[in-house]
Write a protein that binds this ligand. Structure first.
Ligand code: HEC
Ligand code: HEC
Ligand code: HEC
Ligand code: HEC
Ligand code: HEC
Ligand code: HEC
Ligand code: HEC
Ligand code: HEC
Ligand code: HEC
Ligand code: HEC
Ligand code: HEC
Length: 500
């Protein structure tokens, strides 16, 4: 230690002796820089290229002290305002003295935003560090202290090609990250490198997505925060910032309609309009950091994370092998990828608009076309069987008959129909027929029960009618009889009465 002091003192001495700044015009020069440069240390050599240096800002603007004093003791006198090396939150506060003060920034001729400190404090990085005494990230965590460049300068630590290194300096450091949040993944860098974004970034493409293009920079929030750029429902917008911008994406030769079409899809409506927590967002299919389109042979796995049964059936169906061999994108071939519409029976069968007829025709050597037609007719009879059974149940109910049991059975007809829509993915007529037959049998039973109830109703109506008729006849007869009795000549009546 003493040796170092001695050495610096010697260097210092020579500097002071050799320094041209001791007299005349150079007195105005930055003595801090002049002396420190001669010490040959990093801060001053970096600072020579720093954006702040270019703006005429001195070491003293951040560290305090007197930049005009050539002697070390005077220049770095704490009683004269020298702040030493800022630590913890004092670092960001140092930067905020200018960067959060728009008037001061204007004085330097700058019109940069002045919200970085405010945003940073509210961000996930504004949480308390493990020391408990300061925020997790200071301005210097991402920008450094002395070699600061405008973000458009390739030497800047936040230039698109350097951001990844800057963020993953912490985020790929498992030991560091564990001290904060042991459950937080540290594989972002690893995955990002395998993505189209990461591979292009590594090759020097500054337009592709890096950490800050998806997460933002100063106001980064956890994905669970509804204001986060990577909150599920906000992700389509975040990706669309580039992917729906045709001018920006010009030259990449990929479509720019993914977000637009996704918003119209059954998934987009569920996510963005119904707020369905189970609905997918862009990252459900593309991954968070490994944003690659799923390969044609793995699409069913992606969809299968939610539609497990469909994927399972598809994988053991004759289509799996046939599609993979022809490089057809599995589920996407029939359902699309971004603009997935509600599935209907119209997709099935031999009609022109059915998806099956895109590949199968009556002249097919295999039984595929025939199977499609048969399956469609089964769905149709299942639907019409359900409809007519439901109509009968309703009629019986309206007539006040007890139909609880039939109504319950009606549910199993619907269940069979729903199941058939999934089982269709086996593309196996026999298997499909088993499900359809169960539904048809149940529909038949419901119709019988409801029919019986309606029959019973009429039976009771007729019974009631006959009973009413008999009673009416009896009543009329009784009436006539009474009248008759009344009309009989009274034994005490006068002789003038004509004989009856
Ligand atoms: C005449 C030479 C000289 C001048 C002028 C000078 N310094 Fe220093 N400074 C040094 C030396 C030598 C050291 C290292 C000695 C030490 O560690 O005490 C040092 C250390 C520092 C440190 C590190 C302090 C620490 O606690 O580690 C800072 C910050 C600093 N100087 C900033 C400044 C600023 C700001 C100015 C102008 C206001 C300035 N210096 C002017 C020679 C100088
Ligand atoms: C934009 C503000 C700013 C300017 C201008 C600035 N510094 Fe610093 N400096 C800092 C901050 C913040 C730290 C501590 C942050 C860190 O740990 O990296 C620091 C740390 C230091 C240190 C000690 C740690 C190290 O990296 O060795 C020295 C010495 C130092 N500065 C010298 C200087 C000198 C000399 C100048 C002018 C040539 C200068 N600084 C200009 C902000 C600044
Ligand atoms: C987590 C990393 C991170 C931290 C911490 C951080 N920045 Fe940044 N900063 C960035 C990135 C990335 C960019 C460039 C991308 C952009 O413009 O959003 C940037 C851009 C900037 C810019 C350029 C203008 C602008 O707003 O786009 C300024 C000025 C700036 N930061 C100042 C600061 C200040 C002051 C602090 C501390 C209060 C700070 N930054 C903290 C990552 C960070
Ligand atoms: C004395 C005032 C002042 C202090 C203190 C200061 N800055 Fe600056 N900073 C500026 C000015 C002025 C610019 C140039 C703005 C421009 O070009 O529009 C600038 C530019 C920057 C830029 C480049 C922005 C861009 O992309 O164009 C970054 C990043 C930055 N500062 C970060 C910091 C950090 C980090 C600190 C603290 C360690 C800090 N500044 C301290 C005044 C200051
Ligand atoms: C100084 C180290 C450091 C740097 C640099 C840093 N981070 Fe972080 N970041 C953290 C820590 C620590 C956490 C965890 C906070 C917690 O959960 O308590 C975190 C949290 C996050 C989270 C939220 C994770 C979650 O699920 O809660 C995101 C997103 C994030 N950082 C992105 C970035 C990006 C993007 C950059 C670069 C622009 C970056 N970070 C730079 C340390 C850092
Ligand atoms: C293409 C956009 C995109 C890019 C590029 C990107 N992220 Fe993410 N990031 C996301 C999405 C989306 C999520 C997760 C949202 C969720 O969990 O629902 C996420 C989550 C995170 C998380 C939380 C933990 C986790 O892994 O789920 C961290 C930390 C993080 N990102 C850091 C980074 C870092 C560091 C980089 C740069 C190497 C980066 N991200 C690049 C989109 C991106
Ligand atoms: C900063 C702009 C930007 C953002 C934000 C962005 N991307 Fe990209 N993305 C690109 C560029 C540029 C390409 C390269 C296109 C190419 O090479 O075909 C690309 C490529 C892709 C690819 C590969 C396309 C292919 O077939 O080559 C996928 C998938 C992708 N992005 C998905 C996403 C998703 C999902 C998000 C949001 C979580 C997202 N991107 C956010 C710019 C961006
Ligand atoms: C339900 C799953 C799913 C969702 C949700 C999804 N994608 Fe895709 N995406 C795919 C599939 C599958 C492909 C095509 C893979 C193939 O055919 O090789 C694809 C392809 C892409 C491509 C490559 C170019 C193209 O159009 O073929 C980009 C870029 C892309 N998606 C971006 C997005 C964005 C942005 C979102 C959110 C708005 C999104 N995706 C939502 C499944 C999905
Ligand atoms: C994150 C989970 C998830 C992923 C991944 C997913 N889906 Fe979905 N999907 C859903 C949800 C939830 C619904 C129901 C939306 C609604 O109707 O409200 C749905 C609905 C559907 C429908 C309409 C169903 C109907 O009853 O009409 C089809 C078709 C569909 N998805 C196909 C796919 C395909 C193909 C893929 C892969 C490219 C896929 N899904 C990926 C969750 C997912
Ligand atoms: C050969 C064409 C074809 C392929 C390939 C295909 N489907 Fe289907 N999908 C259909 C048909 C036909 C229906 C039923 C329509 C109806 O009867 O309502 C359907 C219905 C659906 C439904 C709604 C019924 C339900 O089960 O909830 C979902 C979800 C679905 N498919 C997902 C997928 C997934 C995931 C894949 C890939 C593993 C896939 N489909 C592959 C043709 C296909
Ligand atoms: C993209 C083209 C394509 C579409 C769309 C398609 N198939 Fe196929 N299908 C094939 C191919 C290829 C085979 C295997 C070769 C063959 O047997 O004809 C096959 C085989 C079958 C088989 C097995 C035939 C057997 O006897 O082995 C059935 C059943 C079948 N498809 C039904 C359907 C139904 C139902 C639909 C509509 C929901 C449909 N396919 C849509 C291409 C398609």
């Amino acid at each position: 230690m003493d040796n170092v002091r001695l050495l610096t003192s010697l260097v210092l001495l020579s500097t002071i002796i050799l320094s041209p700044g001791r007299n005349g015009s150079a007195a105005a020069a930055d003595q801090c820089l002049a002396c420190h440069q001669s010490l040959g240390e990093r801060p001053s050599s970096l600072f020579k290229h720093d954006v702040h240096f270019e703006k005429g800002i001195s070491c003293a603007d951040c560290h305090g002290g007197n930049p005009k004093a050539a002697e070390m003791e005077k220049a770095m006198d704490t009683t004269a305002g020298f702040l030493k090396v800022p630590k913890g939150d004092a670092i960001s506060r140092t930067c905020a003295r200018c960067h959060a003060d728009s008037a001061r920034m204007k004085d330097f001729g700058s019109s940069l935003p002045t919200n970085q400190w405010a945003l940073l404090q509210r961000s996930v990085h504004g949480g308390l560090a493990t020391s408990g005494a300061e925020h997790i990230a200071q301005c210097t965590s991402c920008h450094g202290a002395h070699g600061i460049f405008p973000k458009t300068n390739p030497r800047s630590s936040v230039y698109p090609l350097n951001v990844v290194k800057t963020c993953t300096g912490c985020h790929a450091n498992a030991a560091l990250m564990r001290t904060y949040n042991p459950s937080l993944a540290v594989d972002q860098l690893e995955k990002y490198r395998t993505s189209v974004h990461g591979m292009r970034n590594a090759k020097g493409d500054i337009k592709t997505a890096e950490c800050a293009s998806c997460h933002g920079s100063h106001g980064i929030l956890p994905p669970t925060d509804v204001n986060s750029r990577v909150y599920r429902a906000n992700i389509p917008n975040t990706c669309a910032g580039c992917h729906s911008n045709a001018a920006y994406m010009k030259g990449y030769n990929i479509p720019t309609d993914q977000a637009e079409r996704f918003e119209r899809s059954v998934h987009g409506v569920a996510l963005l309009q119904k707020g369905d927590p189970g609905a997918p967002s862009c990252n459900s299919c593309h991954g968070n950091h490994g944003a690659v389109p799923p390969g044609v042979e793995s699409i069913s796995n992606v969809c299968g994370t939610c539609h497990a049964l469909n994927a399972e059936l598809f994988s053991s169906s004759p289509h799996k092998k046939a599609f993979d061999e022809q490089h057809l994108p599995e589920c996407e071939t029939c359902h699309e990828n971004h603009e997935i519409k509600p599935a209907t029976a119209a997709m099935l069968g031999g009609a022109e608009d059915a998806v099956c007829s895109q590949c199968h025709s009556p002249s097919d050597a295999s039984g595929a076309y025939h199977s499609a037609v048969v399956m469609r007719s089964m769905v149709d009879s299942l639907k019409s069987g359900e409809d007519s059974a439901r109509a009968l149940v309703n009629e019986a109910e309206q007539r006040g008959m007890e139909v609880g049991d039939a109504k319950f059975k009606l549910r199993s007809v619907r269940q069979a129909w729903l199941e058939s829509r999934t089982v269709v993915h086996s593309f196996d007529v026999n298997r499909f027929q088993k499900v359809a037959d169960q539904g048809l049998a149940a529909a038949l039973e419901v119709r019988r029960e409801a029919g019986d109830a309606i029959g019973e109703y009429y039976y009771r109506r007729i019974g009631l009618g006959i009973a009413t008729l008999i009673l009416t006849v009896l009543a009329v007869a009784l009436y006539l009889y009474i009248r008759r009795l009344e009309r009989k000549p009274h034994p005490t009546s006068g002789p003038g009465r004509p004989p009856g």
